[in-house]
Design a protein around this ligand. Sequence first.
Ligand SMILES: Cc1ncc(COP(=O)(O)O)c(C=O)c1O
Length: 391
Amino acid sequence: MTFNVVQANMLDKIRPSGIRKMFQRASGLEGVISLGIGAPDLQPPQELLDTVKNLLDKRSHAYTLNNGVPELHIKIKEQYKREYNLDFSDNSVIIGAGATQLMYGAIFAYNNPGDEVIVPDPGFVYYPTIPLMAGANIHPIPLDDEFQFSPDLINEKVNKKTKMLIINTPGNPTGTVLNEKSIKGIAEIAIDNDIVILSDEVYEFMTFDGKKHIPMAKYAPENTITLNSFSKTYCVPGWRLGYATGTNEIMEPLAKIHAFMVANAPSLSQHAIGKFMGSDADQQFRDNLRDTMQNRRDVVVKEFSKIPGVTIPEISGSFYAFPKINSEYYQSDNPGYEFAEDIFENAKVVTVAASEFGDTRHDHFRISFGSADTDTITEATERIISFVESK
Ligand SMILES: Cc1ncc(COP(=O)(O)O)c(C=O)c1O
C-alpha cells in the first residue's frame, strides 16, 4: 500500500515561483547569461570573512537569544540613528533568518483569516503569497505610471478589514525609490485607519544619483515594522540574516511568533556582522557596492535603449530594471512572458516575465543586474538585439 500524501489546503493557493523554474531550466545549459536571479555577485567584505574565521575558535556556535545577539542590536540601532536620526529602544530589533522569515512571521503575527492585506502590483513574489497562506485576503493595488505607490489608490481599497499594508522601497521589480509624497500619504492612511505597515527596505543602501531612501518609520513610527537584510548589503544571501525594527509594542507579537518559528537566526552570521557593522570597512563596502550597481545601471539604460521595441523606465535604486515592450512588437495577452521565453530560447538570456510579479504590467519584464557585470550586460543586449532584428 502506498501512502496517499495530502497537502495542507493553504498550499493550494501557492503557485511555484516562475523565477526558480527558469533558474532550473537554465542550469546546466552552456552559454546562458542570467539576468534572472536577484542577488549581488560581489565578493563579501574581506574583513567580514576574516571575522568569521576568527570566530570559529570561539563560543559562537551556541543558540543565541531568540531576538538575536545584543551586540548586533546595538549596531542596528546606531545605524538608524546615524542615517535617519531614528531612535529605537530595547526590545525594538529582532534578528531573523533573512528578511523572508521575518516577513512570514509578521504577516502571521498580525493577520487573522479574513483580514485584508494591501500589496503593490507589481511587487515582490512573496507579498501576495504569504498573506494567502495565513488565510488573509489580498488587495493588489497597481503602482502608478512612475511606479509610485499612490496613496489615493490605496485609500480607495481601505476598509474595516484592512489590517496590513506592505510597501517596498527601493522596489523589486521596478527599481523605483518611493518619494516623500507617497511615503507621507501612506503613513497618514495607516495612522488614520490603524493599519500595520510592513515596510520592506532591504535595498535601502542601493539608491542612485544621490537620491535618499526615506524610511517609512520616519512618518509612521508607531504603525511600521521595517524589514531589512544583510543578504544584499554584504552580498551574503546564503548566510540568512535579516532584521526587523519597530516600537516595542509593535514588535511584541512578532517576537512571540519568532521564538516558535526559528528559535534564533544563525549564530555565526550574527556574531560576525555584529562585529563588522558600523566599521570604516563597512562604509567603504557599501559605497563601493552602490557605485558598482549605479555603473551597471548606466550600462543597462544605455544598452537596453538600443533594443527595438523596448523602453526602459527610470531606475533609481535596487539592482533591477523593468523594461516595457511596445505593443506593436508583441501582440499578445502576456507580451512580457512571450518575450522572456523567446529570448531564453533564441538568445540564451534569462529574464523574468512581469506576470511573476502581479497582474497589471504584463507588457514588462524584469532584469537583474546584481550578478551581471557591464560586459555581460552588453553581450546580453547584443544577443537580444540580434534575435529581435531576425524576427
Ligand atoms: C524586496 C525583497 N525583500 C526581501 C527579500 C528577501 O531577503 P532575504 O534574503 O533577507 O530573505 C528579497 C530578495 O530578493 C527582496 O527582493
